[in-house]
Design a protein around this ligand. Structure first.
Ligand SMILES: [Zn+2]
Length: 387
């Protein structure tokens, strides 16, 4: 049995697809706190899973409403959203799973449950609704990317070994907990009889037990299966960032949802270019003669060579900025720059004639350092770069 996997979409596409939070809650942009709460309550009740069992689009709307409410009910987040829109949240904390967008049903019920008022409980609670579906564990992999792949975005195919239900396996409702996954226990304490819920010892909380199992399956009816997963990695990712591919983790027994595949980004070092945020740095070495006479040079930029012209009399330590030749912003806000650091190479050995030439130069006024105001010190240049 194959479950449909949500593809991993880039942050940019996601932002484009996202509906306005005010629109989701059916309120105007000038709505006050009470109206926001009212708007959310209306949406949450209309799309509540207890009212719409098995309806995927209702579940999606229910989640979106919670996401919108989480932002709009928090004055700080609301201010950020009003100013920057969805970009304020996607991107920073990673992508999908991070910061926002990754609310699951449990989060929603634990955070906003009180809003629904009477009649609606959480899953498997007193609301008389459905049983919470167990979720399989997440799988984690590391993907190594070159700077070129990071600059352009890349689609990577990775092989993962996922736990899936064996073909022919079947489950039946656990009779200990009647499929609820939890059992109630009554204990006598000095305060009287206390009732508490605990995970069902027979089924381990899934509400289902193995009915028929093929020989090759493990005690839970699972087998390991090789699967090639294609991961779309957006341009501009950063070392250590984690991407989430939904439903590509391990499956769990019974009527469950697969876990997620968590992809950690590892950036490989580049031969010539050093990354600093969205900017790239390149150390260019030129000869003394080239510095004096001026020259055109090819720079190894991220997507091939770029020719730059050095004026005659260029000083060592000068930094040339090639706009937009850096790494793209992950949220699609343009690209960083390539900063070329000019280093003049001083010859270490000279022949007799050359030596004579430079000895004469010692007293030649053309060779006496005379920095102009435009030849800024290194620190001033660095200050400029970050302002
Ligand atoms: Zn059970």
């Amino acid at each position: 049995m194959r479950r449909d996997a949500l593809q991993c979409i880039s942050t940019k596409e996601k932002i484009k697809m996202k509906k306005d939070f005010y629109e989701i809650l059916g309120i105007s942009k000038s709505a006050d706190a009470a109206e926001i709460k009212k708007g959310y309550r209306k949406q949450a009740i209309a799309h509540h899973p207890d009212k719409n069992p098995g309806d995927k689009s209702a579940e999606e709307k229910f989640k979106l409403a919670a996401e919108a409410y989480e932002v709009l009910s928090d004055p700080q987040k609301k201010a950020k959203y009003d100013q920057y829109g969805h970009q304020a949240f996607d991107g920073s904390g990673g992508f999908g799973g991070g910061g926002h967008g990754g609310m699951n049903m449990d989060d929603i019920f634990s955070q906003f449950g009180d809003i629904f008022g009477g009649g609606f409980g959480g899953f498997g609670g007193g609301g008389g609704g459905g049983v919470r579906r167990a979720k399989g564990s997440n799988l984690r992999i590391k993907v190594k990317l070159t700077l070129e792949e990071i600059a352009n975005g890349v689609e990577k195919k990775v092989k993962v070994k996922r736990k899936v239900q064996a073909p022919g396996v079947s489950y039946k409702t656990c009779s200990t907990c009647n499929g609820q996954g939890q059992v109630m226990r009554v204990t006598n304490t000095i305060l009287g009889r206390m009732q508490s819920a605990s995970t069902c010892p027979t089924c381990g909380g899934s509400g289902q037990i193995l009915d028929r199992k093929p020989a090759e399956a493990d005690s839970q009816g699972m087998i390991l299966e090789d699967e090639t997963v294609s991961i779309k990695i957006p341009a501009g990712v950063v070392d250590g960032m984690q991407l989430k591919v939904s439903n590509k983790g391990n499956d769990a027994p019974g009527n469950s949802i697969p876990g997620d595949l968590i992809v950690a980004i590892e950036e490989l070092e580049h031969e010539f270019l050093k990354r600093e945020g969205e900017n790239l740095h390149y150390d260019l070495y030129i000869s003394f003669a080239e510095a004096v006479l001026g020259i055109s040079k090819d720079i190894e930029a991220i997507n091939g060579k770029v020719r730059i012209k050095l004026e005659e009399g260029i000083q060592s330590g000068k930094i040339l900025r090639l706009k937009g030749k850096g790494i793209p912003n992950i949220n699609g806000y343009g690209s960083g720059d390539l900063l070329v650091h000019v280093n003049v190479w001083t010859p270490k050995t000279l022949n007799k004639e050359q030596k004579q030439f430079f000895e004469n130069a010692l007293t030649d006024e053309n060779f006496i350092p005379n920095p102009e105001k435009s030849d800024k010190s290194f620190f001033e240049k660095v200050k400029d770069m970050f302002s």
